[in-house]
Design a protein around this ligand. Sequence first.
Ligand code: FUB
Length: 330
Amino acid sequence: MKKVGFNFLLLVLGFGVSTCFAQNPLNFGSNIRTADPSAHVWQDGKMYLYTSHDEECQEDFHMKNWHTFSSTDLVSWVDHGPSLSVDDLSWADNYAWAPDAAYKNGKYYLVFPAGSGFKDRKNPERSTKWMGIGIAVSDSPTGPFKDAIGGPLWREPYANDPSLFIDDDGKAYLYFHGKNADYYVAEMADDLLSIKGEFRKMDMGGYEPKMEGPWVFKRNDNYYFTMPENNRMLAYYMAKSPKGPWTYKGSFMDEESNSNNHHSIVEYKGQWLLFYHRWLATTDTGCKKKQRHSAAEYLYFNGDGTIQKVRRTDKGVAGFSTNVKPLSEK
Ligand code: FUB
């Protein structure tokens, strides 16, 4: 009896310890399934995550809305609800895929891919799927966002996974993956509602793995173009200009169980962070397959600016507010 009681105590303690220290996946306070987290820190000093939203046990990425979450300690998150839905769009009814956000001219912008039609995986010639990039605007970082141009930026060619980067000089760049799954860049107009001139395929320095999820950031005088290489492992390039030419630097997070990944990188209170999604068993539902959940890890640089390899952990950024002091206290 005593032994049973002791084992029970150990179990309870173990559970307590693991819930105190495990912060991956991020706890959004419900069983919402999120993917493609795009992280930004705005003037109010909070961390905001703009994510796509998987339906429970989703099939083939039919997705309907985008959510915004905020936090100051990266442990407790507020779900601000759907900040935009394909139901709010006149030009798309599906594929609410990876969003990004920007702040400019006193307004918050949500840039997002959306589309219509169906992908026929068995008979691709019968596919009618189409996707384009939209822009929505709000006075608040949490939305609701309103479609700002009433249509996609363009209809042809196909464009997906937009990412906005605003440089120190205020110029804004839109990155996306498009025709032939190549990466493109366009400079945005000052109001972020159209592109200036043409978009162009980027010079990737001779090595061009394909697919989704570009994320650009700047650290010191280096620009980083990061992406899930062939949709799987996270890899990066560096350059001295936001349009490249880019030099490939290799992987900074390995692939996990042959599944897609999508990420963002941001500095918060002097600490660099990687947000990404994981495919995990979801034992709290009847869904028998792995589903996507947003997660976070600390990210570190070497002296020459290259990125250190990041491991997926259960602990994630637990203890962020005690481990990481605001810059003003350093
Ligand atoms: O979430 C839908 C799609 O899956 C994203 O747009 C891709 O980057 C991949 O994560």
